[in-house]
Design a protein around this ligand. Structure first.
Ligand SMILES: [Zn+2]
Ligand SMILES: [Zn+2]
Length: 417
């Protein structure tokens, strides 16, 4: 199996960790069990230079880290901002490129077009460029440069920045992507929605649902928290292999956090400490009971608005999915210490040493074996595998929290490790 996280940001994007570099991505990606990482931010000249210097091209769009066997493909997230039908639209798109030359051609095209229209965009200032251009025009540029370029609508339900978002999105793909909508073959579900929720829209049932971390820090609590699992072995991997797997919907499964874990699952107001499920907010007219203003409508609510299939519906040929909570968060809960404490890291590192990587622990190792290694770890992994772990829902930018009862036979150190 090939584990691939195709959407991350480098240290050149706003609000990202200074450790978002090839070295740390390779190191933590390997601990997680990732084989392939989308470079992110590839339109940023300095990040391109770093990638060129710190990876070795293997041909066919794949670049091997000089620090270990982590493979990179060239990707970016582009934010478009424009007005359509008297409404301000902000839509994010994940784009992937087959090689550096194509990236540079695309980048030149965009710059010339924006210049002609008197619009500014400094690609050197933010790794995730924000451009004043419609989604259709972006597609025109992207696909005129190379038919092999891939565009995946990013985190499609995020309220402010996505194709279906409650604040600035559309009700269907065609309104956003026009004639290009039918040729897009993949959609990114984002942290706050899972395939179950997306399966309820028959209008997108011909697309493959992909999952990525969109992480701003390379740490193991962030990278690979959502990702895609392709068939085959890392030695089979190439850009064309990825392109074909997506086009043919040939994914083994996707790795998903419980959608409640995402920052926009429920409705609410972060500053007013108000978190509501959709039926509660509908009852009070979607107005905040504390400040009286419009609530931030979360992903669950928005899916319900657009869904035409009942809960639990599964389309034919749907790619299966598995739930995941970063192991370091599970350990942190089990020993009641912070995720970034030394104590938690020592236990995490010992578990990785024993089992190879985090995805082995999540998807391969037996529950008994894990319980023997660390009290209750196997039971929690089992509750992820059978999708019974409860998560307190996130809302209005606040992450959800897994409900892990650490008081049952707690183990406080690695002890007999
Ligand atoms: Zn985004
Ligand atoms: Zn409020």
């Amino acid at each position: 199996m090939i584990f691939a996280d195709l959407h991350i940001h480098s240290k050149y994007s706003r609000a990202t960790s200074k450790d978002m570099d090839v070295k740390h991505l390779s190191r933590f990606g390997e601990m997680k069990g990732l084989n392939v990482i989308g470079s992110g931010d590839i339109t940023h000249p300095k990040w391109r230079e770093e990638l060129r210097n710190e990876t070795e091209p293997l041909g066919n769009g794949v670049f091997k880290s000089k620090y270990n066997n982590t493979l990179f493909v060239l990707s970016s997230e582009i934010a478009t901002i424009y007005s359509q039908d008297d409404k301000l639209r902000r839509v994010h798109h994940v784009v992937l490129f087959p090689d550096f030359d194509v990236v540079e051609q695309f980048y030149d095209e965009l710059k010339i077009d924006l210049y002609k229209r008197g619009k500014k965009c400094n690609f050197s200032s933010d790794g995730r460029p924000i451009i004043g251009m419609g989604s259709v025009e972006l597609c025109e540029h992207l696909f005129s440069v190379s038919k092999k370029n891939i565009l995946i609508p990013a985190h499609i339900w995020t309220p402010w920045f996505s194709v279906f978002g409650s604040k600035s999105g559309f009700d269907n793909l065609n309104d956003c992507y026009g004639e290009f909508a039918k040729d897009l073959f993949a959609l990114e579900t984002g942290l706050s929605s899972d395939p179950l929720m997306n399966w309820r829209l028959s209008s997108i049932s011909d697309k493959v649902l992909v999952s990525n971390s969109d992480c701003h820090s390379p740490f193991v609590s962030r990278i690979g928290r959502e990702c895609n699992v392709l068939r085959g072995d890392a030695s089979d991997f190439s850009y064309d292999y990825l392109l074909n797997a997506l086009k043919r919907k040939e994914l083994e499964f996707t790795v998903e956090v419980d959608p409640s874990y995402g920052k926009y699952h429920f409705d609410g107001h972060r500053n007013c400490n108000v978190c509501l499920n959709p039926s509660e907010s509908i009852k009070i007219g979607n107005k905040c009971p504390v400040c009286g203003r419009e609530l931030t409508i979360g992903v669950l609510h928005r899916v319900e608005e657009l869904a035409d299939k009942p809960e639990g519906y599964k389309p034919a040929k749907a790619v299966p999915f598995e739930y995941h909570i970063p192991l370091i968060e599970i350990v942190s809960n089990l020993v009641s210490s912070g995720v970034s404490t030394k104590k938690v890291w020592v236990i995490y590192e010992a578990l990785i040493k024993k089992y190879g990587n985090e995805f082995n622990i999540m998807f391969k190792v037996s529950v008994d074996d894990l319980n023997n290694s660390f009290a209750n770890l196997g039971s929690i992994v089992k509750s992820l595998r059978d999708k019974s772990l409860r998560v307190k829902p996130g809302y209005d930018g606040v992450y959800g929290e897994p409900v892990i009862n650490a008081n049952v036979n707690p183990q406080k150190s690695i002890g007999d490790f």
